[in-house]
Design a protein around this ligand. Sequence first.
Ligand code: NAD
Ligand code: DAU
Length: 354
Amino acid sequence: MILVTGGCGFIGSAFILDWLAQGGEPVLNLDLLTYAGHLGNLRAVESDPRYRFVHGDIADGTRVAALLGEHRPRAIVHFAAESHVDRSIAGPQAFIHTNVVGTTRLLQAAHEHWSRLPPGEAQAFRFLNVSTDEVFGSLGASEPAFTEAHPYQPNSPYSASKASADHFARAWCHTFGLPVITTNCSNNYGPRQFPEKLIPLTIHNALAGQPLPVYGDGLQVRDWLHVGDHCAALRAVLERGRPGETYNIGGRAERTNLEVVHTICGVIDEARPGRTHAELIRHVGDRRGHDRRYAIDGSKIARELGWQPAVAFEQGIRDTVQWYLANAGWVESVTSGAYRRWVEQQYPALNAAA
Ligand code: NAD
Ligand code: DAU
């Protein structure tokens, strides 16, 4: 079996659903169910005998050690994190707790588990540390894309906490021999993404006829990857990746934020004719320390593991908008009072104008 951490979040749930749909072995999902974790994301596999959920904190080393001893996973796929940059600016401590302390406790428990395995199992064991391209910092408009050798230059509390986790993961591999692989992926989008991130927030607000907040000039660039492609890349890394290596994962889809928002508006104009949704765009104050551009050089994973993205960005956005249109109940269930309080705090200018 495999242990997945943070499996009730956006990418972790997509990974578990895909894994089980493809006939994968049993999964134990350890998740704290923060504001970003939703049991409903895994409703489709709730009664699958191969799936089991455990409510808990990755930073609880005793608990994690007991789970590893009881279930003896052959791999850990580590998604659990505080993942939203704006929340890391509003309150960095939770990011240090989960992303740094939590990851190191997990590494320590994994190492103790791994050192007790018989040689064959120890050799096959993998700790897959799911990380981000944000650890590399910001690129100028004409600079080449991030390779795996790019220096770490994190700029936000979120990216600093993920960079720290990556350094500890590397150290546990180098010093203690734990077979760790780290992946650094670009911006994901797709079904079940919490509507605090740009794409689901824009879809959610456009469908509700609410303003679409764009930070600063909106010309910041991100590389976008459909979450299903990310899951396929992670499966390839787990199967064929080399311990001690890192792999960049990207979507070959660099877009400015304004291009992304206009693409979504165009799709929603077709689905809900009668208004031009781009009229809802509002430029608001910029994110503090806002990284200008991320871009991924994905040649290593393509060359070594034969993985490349399959979903074209415009088609992926169409499918994602369709998912949100068909799943209004999911959106309703995750946009509780706490979500509304976050939106009020994060977008004061829009609330004042409303
Ligand atoms: P998410 O915020 O949607 O989900 C995080 C999950 O982790 C939630 O289910 C939450 O309950 C759980 N969690 C948080 N703290 C925990 C703790 N202490 N113990 C156990 N569980 C805890 O995040 P996501 O967007 O699915 O991202 C998953 C991973 O992928 C993160 O490590 C993130 O840094 C990385 N990543 C995300 C993106 C992206 O675009 N979303 C891109 C690259 C890398
Ligand atoms: O690059 C990978 C990272 O992508 C992941 O590691 C993070 O977990 C994930 O949150 C994401 O980080 P970003 O900060 O790039 O994503 P976000 O959706 O928050 O913002 C995307 C861009 O859109 C960024 O330039 C900020 C801008 N933005 C965002 C929001 C929420 C806006 O202009 N308006 C908004 O309201």
